[in-house]
Design a protein around this ligand. Structure first.
Ligand code: ATP
Length: 341
């Protein structure tokens, strides 16, 4: 494994921001650290970069324990969300910054800056200042600057958080392609599940300072190991009394279940008869038009479940009666997660 965190703990005063954090990352992977605000993502990144020191545990990069290595000697490039570029330096000088510190000669620096501007798709912008660039361009330049000294590891802290939705989408694809080109081991922090699922080879889910689960996006989505992961990913509904629901009534209503929107199908009345053993009658509590579908909150026997209804089902409004079938759910007890179908 190329990067390893072993039993890492970190407190700020009384507050424990990292609780026994363990994970390992293979060389060349792009890994997303995903979790709600305050769950300890940035703290993990900062400890890896050597900007913060863990209270206990080991950080290894390429087989070496780097606990006592200063940030500048860890071979890490860092891209931050906001204050990424020096505002008073040109694009050229921003990218050249780390290389000048390394005392590289002028010819080498010029060649490297040109190469990096090509890599990030912005050739010819050497003389601009950061305030003459769009948000997306700034983050591309920030990446060029982080990559200039040829780091072994790239860390990105919510790199696109301040950028509007459309450009952000383009930047995600671009980041994936650029990192693939250079094959650098990278970790990025995000609280946006779509971003993590779309971009990352593997996702680490953090919650209250702990790692809840690590796995590839498909595994995390289809096989959540904890209620937190099941609920955090995929707009799920948490159900206390799932034993009330048809098809699940023999199981016993004692534990919690989680139902994803896509586990629920809405049927038109003509497809269903009153006697049907699998369909439930539901009332629409709320229906939100999302452009190419309706996001719908349904009430089934007092239980509220979120689902999506395709436009072909027609518009739905509060109070409408519909028929639904629930195809699947995740059920949790203290230790295990079971998928019921
Ligand atoms: P966000 O998505 O909001 O950036 P995060 O998951 O990255 O959150 P961290 O920034 O790692 O979370 O912070 C975790 C917790 O540690 C937060 O409650 C934060 O207030 C606390 N914390 C972080 N750095 C410090 C510090 N230097 N001093 C005191 N508390 C801190």
């Amino acid at each position: 494994m190329y990067i390893e965190l072993k039993n890492i703990n970190k407190s700020f005063g009384d507050f424990q921001a990292s609780k026994d954090v363990n994970f390992a990352i293979e060389k060349g992977k792009l890994v997303g650290l995903l979790g709600p605000s305050g769950s300890g993502k940035t703290t993990i990144l900062r400890m890896l970069a050597g900007l913060e020191h863990q209270d206990s545990g080991d950080i290894c990069i390429n087989g070496n324990v780097v606990n006592d290595l200063p940030s500048s000697q860890r071979g890490i490039g860092f891209v931050f969300q906001n204050y990424a570029l020096f505002p008073y330096l040109t694009v050229y000088d921003n990218i050249a910054y780390g290389l000048k510190i390394q005392k590289k000669d002028k010819k080498f620096i010029k060649q490297r800056v040109t190469e990096l501007l090509d890599l990030v798709g912005l050739p010819g912008l050497e003389k601009r200042y950061p305030d003459q660039l769009s948000g997306g361009q700034r983050q591309r330049i920030a990446l060029a600057r982080a990559l200039a000294p040829n780091p072994e590891v790239l860390l990105l802290d919510e790199p696109f958080a301040a950028i509007d939705a459309k450009v952000r989408q383009e930047l995600r694809t671009w980041l994936r392609e650029t990192i693939d080109k250079i094959g650098i081991t990278s970790i990025f922090v995000t609280h946006d599940q779509d971003e993590a699922i779309e971009v990352a080879d593997e996702i680490i889910i953090t919650n209250e300072g702990r790692v809840e689960q690590m796995g590839d996006p498909v595994e995390i989505y289809l096989h959540p190991k904890t209620p937190f992961v099941a609920q955090f990913i995929g707009k799920s509904s948490i159900i206390e009394e799932y034993g009330k629901l048809k098809g699940f009534d023999s199981i016993g209503p004692d534990t919690r279940a989680i139902i994803r929107p896509e586990f629920v199908e809405i049927k038109s009345p003509k497809d269903v008869t009153e006697q049907s053993s699998i369909y439930e009658q539901a009332a629409v509590e709320q229906s939100i038009f999302r452009g190419n579908y309706f996001e719908v909150l349904l009430n089934i026997k007092g239980i509220t479940i979120r689902t999506n209804s395709p436009l072909v089902n027609g518009p739905l409004k509060s109070g409408d009666k519909v028929w639904v079938v629930i195809n699947q759910m995740y059920v949790f007890d203290d230790k295990t997660t079971t998928t019921l179908t």
